[in-house]
Every structure is written in structure tokens, then in C-alpha cells.
Design a protein around this ligand. Structure first.
Ligand code: NAD
Length: 475
């Protein structure tokens, strides 16, 4: 049911120079379910050489031919969604519905980018010299290195791979060792759709060694990383030292500002629906409820009651509403957040405990009355835990939202356009969304400010990140 994963280099699945393998664990049971091959330097050398050759082929094809292959890969992903979803649940823990949906989301990324490939227009610029023609073209940057994380193992890779391929770049991707089979299924779909060998290469192994090798390699022209702020800073520093472009999609700590005039039922319904998504392991997950004091008790009571009723269990079971955390690090972090909050005088309105002693299950948890310096109010939970605070004046809510160095997503609930506009101009974030929760679709640019990173994925901005503008002047 769960297949071992190899490296994909120059169009072939290979076991790696040293045949070293890492184990893959099912977070629902803590049982080993398979293995993944590890890349050595020799494998990385071959992957970059393949990407060099792949770039010549791929960037030399018309955007129309490139987009046909991407669209065929999208069709294959949709056909294989149920199978891929099973592997995804086994390796990552997410529930079946979410796991079946992820290949469809990834297919959507390929479809959107395939369309954008045909619209990577340059410009004609009026020339001062009447005999001159001045124009810009937009050209693929070259081979790029993509580093994707384990929370959406398939879709996070697709959000990088699709625009890179649309632009005409070739790729060496390092996908997560903990969840390797579903990103490998994306690469398999591209291969089966007719992607020329060498255009996409997929490696796993020791993350720091791989990123160090790839970022320094002169053939690699750009990197894109999604993961923690700490690792993002290391990789962007290395990229800077080697003058490589980079896109950094890092952590957030999303505030949810519930204003005095909010539709509380809508806010509770939407927050209670999206917080358990992927067991809270999303960078845009609502984390910090900042609620007007008049609505505070009503909101927290209704939210906590719904959150506490979530059925937590093995994602393979169809009636489970929230699976386990994806790895032991996250479980330990949830325990640390709660212990730290209690030590500092906070109150747990619901949850706060590991569930059972096998599998990384944690109760849906609401924390109240945590002081500013509590961990839960400082760093993102990346799990099923949310903290509530209250405010009186809107300025206090804005100050609380902006208090941290992160600025990714912000949710707001208000019936007033003036208040929504005020929040839009005052809250530092890459994405502000009022009275709704739809984010990170293929056509929507998504990215952060401050320590949440730079550059956008999705939208036309997503493909821009893989294109170099060149000025050409003829007279
Ligand atoms: P981490 O930073 O150690 O790892 C995140 C990802 O980066 C993993 O896939 C890992 O393999 C990779 N990675 C780690 N070191 C690397 C290196 N030197 N070079 C290249 N890749 C490297 O964190 P973690 O324990 O896996 O997750 C903890 C935190 O990371 C979370 O709390 C969250 O803040 C953040 N995170 C964010 C996202 C996101 O979607 N933005 C996704 C995953 C994790």
C-alpha cells in the first residue's frame, strides 16, 4: 500500500550512490511504513548536471508545448488522487478527505501555471531614438533548487514546481524526508506526462548538506524554501553570499481580529472549520484570537465548544475530523506550549493534553489569559492550539497583531468597510482577509513580510519569481 521512495535523477528512479535509506513513520501509529533513499554528493552532482541538460531542452521548447505536458500531468494527478491520498495519510497523518483533495489542489497549481506559461509577456517601450526598438523579454532563470516541507508534501512542492516549469526552468527539488511518497507521486505524474529527462530531479537526504551543496553550485540560479524562520534565515544568508535569488515562505502567527461589529456566528463557524485543517499545521492557520471585549465570552465559549468536539483519530478512518500531528517534534511543542502557558498563569479553556500514548494525537486546545511573554503568544503553534486575548479599542488590536516579527496572514471580522480598510492599511501582513478564509489558491499571490519571508507564490507573481527580465534595444 505504501511504496518506498527513490531519488529521481535524469528521468530515472535510483537508490543513491551509497544506497543509504531513512525510515518513514506513520504518525498515527508510530509504526515504520517504508523508507526513502538518501542523496550523496555524487547524486547531487548528477542531479545538477541533469538539470543543466534539462534546462537546455525545456527552455528551448515553446511555452505551448510545455503547458501541454503540465496539463497532462494535472490530469494524471486527478486520476490518481485516491491512491496518492492514501500514501499521504499514511506518511503525514492528515485525514482522508484532505489527503484526497491535496492532489487536486496540486493539479490546480499545474493548470494555473500552464496557462501563465503562455502569457509570460515582455513589453515594447517607446524609444527616445526614433530609429530604435526597445523591448523587454522575460526568460527562464535557469536550473533552480526547491525546498519543500512536510505539512502539504504534495501541494507545497507543486506551488514551487508548477511556476518554475511554466517559466521554462529546470529543477532540483529537495522534498521532505518524513513524507516522501506523495511528492514523488507528483514527479511521477510529470514524468508519465512526457516531461523530458533532467527537467525535474528529486532528492532526499540530509537537508543541510543538500541545501549547502545546491545553493553554492554555480548552475543553480534561484532557490525557493518553505519552512521555519530559523532555517529560512540560514538559507537566504547563504543565497545572498552567492548572489542567488530566493523566495522565502516562512512561518507566521496569524492574528484573527474580531471587531465589535463582527458577525460572531460567522467568525466562530469559519475559525472552528479551518483551525483543525491539517491538524493546525499550516503557516496561515488562525493562531491568535484578538476579540473585542463585548464579544469575547460569547466567541470563546462557542469556539471552544465546537473545537473540543472535533473527533481526533487515525486519518485513515472516514469519521475522523482531525488526524495526529505529523511528527514527534510537533507533539513535544504542543506540550511545551501548554506547560509554559500554565506556568505563566494562563488558563486552558479546553484541551492541553496528548491523547493516548501511541500516535502523535493532541487535544484541540484553547488558551486564555496568557501573558505577552508566553510561548503561545510569541511563536506559531503549528498545531491544534489557539490563544485568545481581548481588546477594547481597535488600536490595541492592531498593536497586538503587529507586536511580533511575523507578518504572513491576518483574518478580520467586521461589518464596516471603514474598519476593514483601516486594518488593511495598519496590520502588517502579506495577506489580509476579512469575513472569509479563502487563501493560497493557485491564482492568489501568497507571501509574507518581516520575518515571514519575501517573494510570493501563486498568482502572476508566482511565475515572475522564475523569470529574468532582459532589456533589448535595437537601432
Ligand atoms: P524545520 O525548519 O527544521 O524544517 C522545515 C522544513 O525545512 C523541513 O521539510 C526540513 O526538511 C527542511 N529543512 C530543515 N533544515 C534545512 C536546511 N538546512 N536546508 C534545507 N531544508 C531544510 O522545522 P520543522 O521542525 O520541520 O517545523 C517546525 C516549524 O517550521 C514549524 O513550527 C513552522 O513554523 C515551520 N514550518 C513552516 C511551514 C510553512 O508552510 N511555512 C512548513 C513546515 C514547517
Amino acid at each position: 500500500m505504501y511504496r518506498d521512495t527513490q531519488l529521481f535523477i535524469a528521468g530515472e528512479w535510483v537508490g543513491g550512490a551509497a544506497k543509504r535509506r531513512l525510515g518513514v513513520i506513520n504518525p498515527a501509529t508510530e509504526e515504520p511504513i517504508g523508507t526513502v533513499a538518501c542523496a550523496e554528493v555524487a547524486d547531487l552532482e548528477m542531479a545538477v548536471a541533469a538539470a543543466d541538460g534539462g534546462f537546455k531542452k525545456w527552455s528551448g521548447m515553446s511555452a505551448f508545448d510545455r503547458s501541454e505536458i503540465m496539463l497532462q500531468a494535472a490530469r494524471l494527478l486527478k486520476e490518481r488522487a485516491a491512491d496518492i491520498g492514501r500514501s499521504l495519510t499514511l506518511e503525514q497523518g492528515k485525514i482522508r478527505d484532505e489527503a484526497r483533495f491535496e492532489p487536486l489542489r496540486a493539479a490546480g497549481e499545474l493548470e494555473w501555471a500552464a496557462g501563465e506559461a503562455r502569457r509570460a509577456y515582455g513589453r515594447v517601450i517607446p524609444a527616445r531614438n526614433p530609429n530604435a526598438t526597445v523591448l523587454t523579454t522575460r526568460n527562464a532563470l535557469g536550473p533552480v533548487a526547491l525546498f519543500s516541507p512536510w505539512n502539504f508534501p504534495l501541494n507545497q512542492l507543486a506551488r514551487k514546481l508548477a511556476p518554475a516549469l511554466a517559466a521554462g526552468c529546470s529543477v532540483v527539488a529537495k522534498a521532505p524526508e518524513e513524507t516522501p511518497a506523495s511528492p514523488a507521486a507528483l514527479v511521477q505524474a510529470l514524468h508519465d506526462a512526457g516531461l523530458p529527462p533532467g527537467v525535474v530531479n528529486l532528492v532526499f537526504g540530509e537537508p543541510a548538506h543538500i541545501s549547502d551543496y545546491l545553493i553554492k553550485h554555480p548552475s543553480i540560479r534561484k532557490i525557493s524554501f518553505t519552512g521555519s524562520v530559523a532555517v529560512g534565515k540560514q538559507l537566504s544568508a547563504l543565497a545572498g553570499a552567492h548572489m542567488k535569488r530566493s523566495t522565502m515562505e516562512l512561518g507566521g502567527h496569524a492574528p484573527v481580529i474580531v471587531c465589535k461589529d463582527a458577525d460572531v456566528d460567522l467568525a466562530v463557524e469559519q475559525m472552528a472549520r479551518i483551525k483543525p485543517f491539517n491538524c493546525g499545521q499550516t503557516c496561515a492557520a488562525p493562531n491568535r484570537l484578538i476579540i473585542h471585549e463585548d464579544l469575547y465570552d460569547r466567541f470563546v465559549t462557542a469556539f471552544s465548544s465546537r473545537f473540543a468536539k472535533i473527533r481526533v483519530g487515525d486519518g485513515m478512518s472516514e469519521d475522523t475530523q482531525m488526524g495526529p500531528l505529523a511528527n514527534i517534534r510537533r507533539l513535544k511543542m504542543m506540550e511545551s506550549f501548554c506547560a509554559d502557558a500554565l506556568r505563566k498563569g494562563a488558563k486552558l479553556t479546553t484541551g492541553g493534553q496528548r491523547i493516548g500514548n501511541k500516535g502523535y494525537y493532541f487535544q484541540p486546545t484553547v488558551v486564555e489569559e496568557a501573558p505577552d511573554d508566553a510561548m503561545v503568544r510569541q511563536i506559531e503553534a503549528f498545531g491544534p492550539l489557539i490563544v485568545a486575548t481581548r481588546f477594547r479599542e481597535l488600536d490595541e488590536a492592531i498593536a497586538e497583531a503587529n507586536r511580533l516579527p511575523y507578518a504572513l496572514a491576518c483574518y478580520a471580522y467586521t461589518r464596516s468597510i471603514a474598519t476593514a480598510k483601516r486594518l488593511a492599511t495598519s496590520v502588517e501582513c502579506g495577506n489580509l482577509i476579512a469575513n472569509d478564509v479563502v487563501l493560497a489558491l493557485p491564482e492568489l499571490p501568497f507571501g509574507g513580510m518581516k520575518e515571514s519571508g519575501y517573494g510570493m507564490e501563486g498568482g502572476t507573481e508566482g511565475i515572475d519569481a522564475y523569470l529574468a527580465t532582459r532589456l533589448l534595444s535595437f537601432s
